[in-house]
Design a binder for this molecule. Structure first.
Ligand code: 3H9
Length: 697
């Protein structure tokens, strides 16, 4: 008997307890163990079988690490059929997360009981797949097609009480899963409850599946799995038999298993978890945080304070005047109010936070007791230096001094203090209480303990934290500046911002780069261009002025109603601003550029190659620890389509030699911008991929 499934006969009941920590994934040993357990139960004279999970959860799904490798028998669909067709009464007792293949095992059981906190669901679409062991056939038979479609195509977790209402569970009861399971089995045996195979239920009534499929394709912005899931559910309604429906599901599942989207999404799954696992932090204890300070209560500072307050930590908010402090409080209240509306915060917690947990201050002395302080003032080195020398003067020894700078040199900031080992960058993304990404920027002198504290804070705030080194723009903004410059170059050479935005939304981005600039505020890029010009541009670097002209006329994008696009009041999508192209043409004329046409394909190739090339430099220079750190940064902070797995996973899937060849070709026209990254050249010459540098699988 396999140890992954522990077998014990208790009275008339054969108990199959899964023991495959941490999440009882349905790997080979578990699958074999279930089959063996059923066989033992059937020869042992048991009247019923109880299946449950030891540790923190029931089965959380198929073992994702097996995907992409040759499958080994018994396959999960066969295990599910074996469970359902057992002559014994089979009951599953659920706790933790019964997801994907886990829910499929539960649906193959004849009865299901769960503790109230159990989450069930089919997250396969988020991995580029569909349920592949009967889930798309069994669920619609018990919950109806609409509920099944919603659950399968959203991938959302459904809490036990809702699953009970939908008929997916038979009982919800508090307690130990083995104990509640056993007493439920006894009760079923006592009332001679019959076996209840879902496969024997009639096919459910269908809906307009073509329309549902169309809607999923639109929603997926190029991601296929949701639309394919619709077709699988359609088979539950329309196939001649349950077996034929299962066969159709299997066929669709295997088709998706071979796609790059599946590879990209599973890369994203593991990269998201690997990103905080840094060898240098092994065994390093973070400092304990009881209270956090925030300096500056503008949009960013208020967002950071909101995130910290929502995570249950008190905040001291420092501003320059009472007026500014109250304005910051209003911003925080409005952020928290949003959380109340979204059901993330109760009204009483909202009241308590604003009354007791948020302290407003206009004197640095108020920060003398905080354990960590995040500076979020104006992006100007001199201003930041002043803030840090004040913090150095008042903060207690051991306090972590963090800057939220997006670009500035944190070594220089740290050097203004007597404790550079305590200085770190915590780069939040706006709105900071919503966006998941946190760049933990480690300066030369930052201690490991302080770095661990940055990661611990990120975890507490529910962020995905990525380690970054110091350079202009760290990981994300540095790469952004490069691909944004590439887009500007293409506009100068003949493309329009609208064509570029369309090519990129067709690729899968929610917004194109020009629409994003309008959203962020054109003044941000303007300030940076001015700073870079003041520092002295490399004479070989291309520059453009058309965006400056928009700013000079007071058009900063969405917030002023006009930028690359024109926005009706209250609307977040706009129509092309008719003035833009004449500004572009004037810029072209001034630079003697004759416009040429660009195909959407060329736009995409150039844009993506510039992104990959800069990302390779960022990894090669050690600014990002691994390629996966870049992928996670772009996925969580820059709207990179998750189904490509991130720019470097995308590059691997495209093939690095082709990308390098393009870059070399384009370097003939602009040898300054298109300088191949040494790491990219090295990987190509060694026949390797970025994945070879990731140590997470
Ligand atoms: C499927 O079932 C297909 C079938 O329909 C058909 C098949 C034929 N496999 O997230 P955590 C690892 S598709 C392998 O930090 P939490 C994870 O990488 C599957 N490994 O914990 C991590 O490893 P490490 C459908 C897995 O408590 C460790 O477990 N199911 C799997 O925050 C802890 O994970 C899903 O998509 C897995 N299935 O969250 C569920 N799951 O420590 C995916 C986790 O080395 N899993 N690991 O970094 C989850 O959503 C969360 O892990 C869960 C726990 C909610 C369960």
């Amino acid at each position: 008997m396999s140890q992954a499934i522990e077998y014990e006969k208790i009275g008339d009941v054969a108990v199959l307890a899964a023991n495959n920590p941490p999440v009882n994934a349905l790997g080979l040993e578990i699958r074999k163990g279930i089959i063996n357990g059923l066989e033992s139960a059937e020869v042992d004279g048991a009247k019923a079988v109880l299946i449950y999970g030891k540790g923190r959860t029931y089965f959380s799904g198929a073992d994702i690490r097996e995907f992409g490798k040759p499958p080994v028998r018994p396959f999960l669909p066969d295990v599910c059929d074996r469970i359902e067709s057992s002559p014994l009464l089979v009951v599953s007792a659920l706790h933790g997360a019964a997801l994907g293949g886990g829910l499929e095992v539960a649906l193959s059981s004849h009865y299901r009981i769960a503790i109230p906190t159990t989450r069930i669901g089919f997250p396969e679409v988020n991995l580029g797949l569909i349920p592949g062991a009967g889930g798309s056939q069994r669920l619609p038979r018990i919950s109806g097609v609409s509920a099944a479609l919603e659950i399968i195509t959203s991938g959302r977790h459904v809490l036990a009480p809702e699953a009970l209402e939908l008929g997916i569970l038979d009982e919800v009861q508090d307690g130990d899963p083995c104990e509640i399971g056993l007493s439920y089995v006894q009760a079923l045996l006592q009332r001679s409850a019959p076996r209840r195979p879902i496969s024997e239920l009639p096919s459910p009534a269908g809906i307009d599946f073509d329309a549902a499929c169309e809607a999923m394709l639109k929603k997926g912005r190029g991601q296929l799995s949701g639309a394919v899931a619709v077709r699988a559910v359609q088979a539950a309604c329309e196939a001649d038999s349950f077996a034929a429906g299962l066969a159709r599901e299997r066929e669709l599942f295997l088709e998706l298993m071979g796609t790059d989207q599946r590879k990209g999404l599973i890369h994203a799954f593991f990269a998201e978890r690997a990103v905080a696992k840094l060898p240098e932090l092994k065994g390093v204890e973070p400092r304990i945080l009881h209270q956090v300070g925030v300096v500056g209560g503008g949009t960013m500072g208020a967002g950071i304070a909101s995130a910290v307050l929502l995570a249950g930590l008190p905040v001291v908010m420092l501003e320059m005047s009472h007026e500014a402090a109250y304005a910051a409080k209003n911003r925080i209240a409005s952020n928290l109010n949003g959380a109340v509306k979204r059901g993330k915060l109760s009204q009483s917690d909202f009241d308590e936070i604003l009354q007791d947990r948020l302290v407003l201050a206009i004197d640095y002395g108020a920060l003398s007791n905080v354990d960590l302080v995040v500076e979020a003032v104006f992006e100007d080195m001199e201003v930041k230096k002043q803030v840090f020398s004040s913090l150095d003067a008042v903060c207690k020894p051991g306090a972590v001094l963090a800057t939220n700078t997006s670009y500035l040199d944190i070594n220089e900031i740290g050097a203004t203090t007597s404790r550079p080992q305590d200085v770190i960058g915590l780069h939040f993304f706006s709105p900071a209480h919503v966006m998941k990404l946190l760049e933990v920027v480690v300066a030369d002198e930052t201690s490991l303990e302080v770095m661990a504290t940055g990661f611990a804070l990120g975890r507490r705030l529910g962020k995905v934290s990525v380690r970054a080194g110091v350079c202009d723009g760290f990981i994300g903004n540095r790469i952004l500046n490069t691909y944004r410059a590439c887009a500007d170059h293409m506009v100068l050479d003949g493309a329009t911002p609208y064509q570029i935005d369309k090519a990129l939304t067709d690729f899968g981005f929610a917004m194109g780069p020009f629409a994003v600039s309008d959203l962020a505020g054109l003044d941000i890029g303007w300030a940076m261009r001015k700073r870079k010009r003041a520092e002295g541009l490399n004479p070989q670097a291309r520059d453009s002025t058309y965006a400056d002209k928009l700013c000079e006329a007071g058009h900063f994008g969405q917030k002023t109603g006009r930028g690359y696009y024109v926005y009706e009041p209250g609307k977040r999508t706009g129509t092309p601003n008719p003035d833009v192209m004449s500004l572009v043409e004037a810029d072209r004329d001034a630079q003697g550029i004759v416009a040429r046409s660009f195909s959407d394909e060329e736009i995409l190739r150039r844009y993506m190659a510039s992104m990959v090339n800069e990302a390779a430099k960022v990894v090669g220079e050690g600014i990002a620890s691994r390629p996966l750190d870049v992928d996670v940064t772009l996925l969580f902070g820059y709207g990179f389509p998750r189904f490509f797995g991130g720019p470097l996973k995308w590059a691997d899937l495209q093939g690095l030699p082709g990308i390098l060849e393009d870059i070399r070709k384009w370097s003939n026209e602009d040898s300054f911008f298109w300088q191949p990254a040494p790491l990219l050249e090295q990987l190509v010459s060694e026949g390797k991929t970025f994945e070879d540098l990731n140590a997470h699988n």
